[in-house]
Design a protein around this ligand. Structure first.
Ligand code: AMP
Ligand code: GLY
Length: 404
């Protein structure tokens, strides 16, 4: 099979790494890809959101399957254009991708499907959560415990210009649960936990995610997919907009049971960098089967091991785009047994340099989360560039996590 992967982040590098190991793969292409992916396949200077250019690439290179990593091309309808042209795609059309692109649409679908979600509040009063009603890369959410926090959140959200949603503030353990789906049938992936705040102890601003681990002990991902994802998939199919791809539920496990914080129309980043290395069966076969509309008979078992991913970010993340610093130590980290996924790197003058935001994801496996965590940090320490920063508590005992 000749596969095109759309995207340029750490999630896409992890997918590329796994696809490259598949016996069913003949050629791997990426648009636009990144320097890590370039070591595994052909990267093309094509924007993932540019449906026309992507279709042209598919035709000229005679590709068999397109796997879409990020949300932006999905929400922009790239999967629709490809499907319309008869190209198998792993990733939903724009109508189904609205589950991520619009918080109010997601709430309406969940209500119709009878899936428990955070309740919308008619008026803003602390404690509550203020969310921008559109794509904000996980950064448009403000958890407000005090009136001062609420005032600041309302001002910040108003500055974005669009509509907003006010929600009840839920307390509990947060998990990311992914289902690969052909529109109806599902394969549950190991549940993961993401560390969204910038600083240790879950302090500081929200980010795209500073690290992850998987699996999360005591969580039955298959059962959650049955009770949370499946009714939503049925509702989307009933509306004539079936969801084919990866449906991602961000859940809060409250005392009253799981509550959906958000749905995303794609895999999580950096959760994918922890989940994919745990998979034992052929991921490409599963993605191709889902894209082809029939997952029956496909298995995707996970090993009994654990994985921890530490994101190494630029000094000014999440505010700035600090770039151009030479990166050292990736080979050392790999020699220590870790997987190093590129997220924000570039090659300038033959050197690997930072390219802003989250720069690398360092993943290690172990028999337990603690073992994986020790190995991931031992590897992350070997990587250096000016201003490199990472959290020290990814996958640490939950007692150490204070506040949210
Ligand atoms: P979202 O983009 O909706 O996932 O929100 C980003 C983060 O904000 C989540 O991962 C949670 O940590 C937090 N969050 C969102 N909604 C709520 C809620 N209703 N109650 C508590 N925390 C929330
Ligand atoms: N890590 C959370 C996300 O991908 O949205």
């Amino acid at each position: 099979m000749k596969v095109l992967l759309l995207g340029a982040g750490g999630r896409e590098h992890a997918l590329a790494w796994r696809l490259a190991a598949s016996p069913a793969l003949d050629e791997l292409h990426a648009a636009p890809g990144n320097p890590g992916i370039a070591a595994l396949g052909h990267c093309h200077p094509v924007r993932a959101e540019d449906a026309e250019a992507v279709l042209e690439l598919v035709r000229s290179a005679d590709l068999d399957l397109v796997v879409v990593g990020p949300e932006a091309p999905l929400v922009a309808g790239v999967a629709d254009e490809l499907r319309h042209a008869g190209v198998p795609v792993f990733g939903p059309g724009a109508a189904a991708a609205r589950i991520e692109g619009s918080k109010s649409f997601a709430k309406e679908v969940m209500r119709a499907a009878g899936v428990p979600a955070a309740e919308t509040m008619p008026v803003a009063r602390a404690p509550c959560v203020v969310k921008a009603d559109g794509l904000a890369a996980g950064k448009g959410v403000h958890v407000c415990r005090t009136d001062e926090e609420l005032d600041a959140a309302l001002r910040a959200t108003a500055a974005l210009g669009g509509p907003l949603v006010i929600e009840e503030l839920l307390e509990g353990e947060e998990v990311s649960v992914f289902a690969l789906t052909d529109g109806m049938g599902t394969l549950a992936l190991p549940a993961a936990q993401d560390f969204k705040r910038l600083d240790d102890g879950d302090r500081g601003p929200n980010t795209g995610g500073m690290g992850a681990f998987a699996p999360v002990g005591g969580i039955d991902a298959e059962e959650l997919v049955e009770t949370i994802h499946r009714p939503v998939l049925e509702e989307l199919a009933r509306r004539g907009t079936p969801f084919v791809g990866a449906l991602f539920a961000g859940l809060m496990l409250t005392d009253a049971g799981p509550r959906v914080l958000e749905f995303n129309c794609r895999l999580g980043d950096p959760e994918t960098q922890s989940v994919v290395p745990l998979l034992e069966d052929d991921l490409l076969e599963a993605l191709a089967a889902a894209a082809g509309g029939d997952l029956r008979g496909v298995e995707l078992r996970a090993s009994e091991r654990a994985a921890v991913t530490v994101v190494v970010a630029a000094a000014d993340y999440p505010e700035g785009r600090d770039a151009g610093s030479p990166i050292e130590g990736i080979e050392d980290a790999e020699a220590a047994g870790a997987l190093v996924f590129h997220a924000g790197t570039a090659v300038r003058g033959g050197r690997l340099v930072t390219n802003g935001g989250r720069i690398l994801g360092v993943t290690a496996l172990g028999d337990t989360v603690t073992d994986a965590r020790t190995a991931a940090y031992a590897a992350a320490e070997r990587i250096s560039f000016p201003g490199a920063r990472y959290r020290r508590d990814i996958g640490a005992e939950r007692e150490q996590r204070v506040g949210r």
